[in-house]
Design a protein around this ligand. Structure first.
Ligand SMILES: Nc1ncnc2c1ncn2[C@@H]1O[C@H](COP(=O)(O)OP(=O)(O)OP(=O)(O)O)[C@@H](O)[C@H]1O
Ligand SMILES: [Mg+2]
Length: 243
């Protein structure tokens, strides 16, 4: 379980997070919705300790990760996978080696690595491309390889930073379908940050709107019509979900 309590972060004069509060239960899938520049990526980076807050805490199973040393953080991070905005593949490594990276850091046998990479590629419908280099892949394929790398270590928490940005609608939708499939896998908790309301409602049980540095509303995706705040209703309207 992840509990974000009164998280505050500023860069110079700019106060990006002004006291974010959010609880994410195990097995739940949540989308953090927000306009560009609202601090979604900054928020996500705090959840795995890539950024330290000015105030507030992030509890993972009751442990405040903002207070941990690098070494302790490293242990906790093993429960997490982070799908970066942009695919973030290593161009000099094959698809196989890119996906194998999270496993190489741990003591997996060569046999296990092979099996897991194959399984992960199959899950994202890219069987047999192990030996290709990223340069030979389309943008959508790169994103799917990024997803394969995220699931190969079977993490408890999957963090996605705008995984569909820059893709055509069909390819974006395929990625959303994959995210939903991954989120539904046993033992995974998905945290998706996006400005795509349609993808958020489709992939996640809940949506939380981040606006002006705070979470202004959280609703169950299936009950989006009951959204109360003007800001969330505006998002829903823009996506064609409200009349
Ligand atoms: N390392 C940093 N140093 C200074 N300012 C930063 C840093 N990281 C983020 N910011 C600022 O914080 C604000 C929020 O950035 P963030 O990347 O979290 O937005 P976002 O909601 O993810 O936007 P997008 O949808 O475009 O990805 C921006 O104004 C950005 O300039
Ligand atoms: Mg971002």
């Amino acid at each position: 379980m992840i509990e974000v309590i009164n998280l505050k972060k500023r860069f110079g004069e700019k106060e990006v997070l002004k006291g974010v509060n959010l609880t994410i239960e195990d097995g739940e899938d949540i989308a953090i919705l927000g306009k560009s520049g609202e601090g979604k990526s900054v928020f996500l980076k705090h959840i795995i300790g890539l950024l330290k807050p000015d105030e507030g805490s992030v509890l993972v199973d009751g442990i405040d990760i903002t207070k941990l040393s690098k070494r302790e953080l490293y242990q906790i991070r093993r429960s997490f996978s982070y799908v970066f905005q942009g695919a973030a593949l290593f161009d000099s490594l094959t698809v196989f080696e890119n996906i194998a990276l999270p496993l190489r850091e741990r003591a997996f046998s060569e046999r296990e690595i092979k099996d897991r990479v194959k399984e992960a590629l199959s899950l994202v419908d890219l069987d047999g491309i192990e030996e290709l280099y990223p340069a030979a892949l389309s943008g959508g394929m790169k994103k799917r390889v990024g997803l394969a790398r995220a699931i190969v270590s079977k993490p408890r928490y999957l963090l996605y930073d705008e995984p569909t940005t820059g893709l055509d609608v069909i390819t974006a939708w395929r990625i959303n379908k994959l995210i939903k499939k991954i989120n539904k896998m046993e033992g995974t908790t998905g945290i998706l940050v996006t400005h795509d309301i349609r993808g958020a409602l489709y992939t996640s049980d809940k949506i939380a709107l981040l606006s002006d540095g705070v979470i202004v509303e959280i609703i169950e995706s299936s009950r989006y019509k009951e959204a109360k705040t003007e800001k969330l209703r505006e998002f829903l309207e823009a996506g064609g979900f409200l009349d």
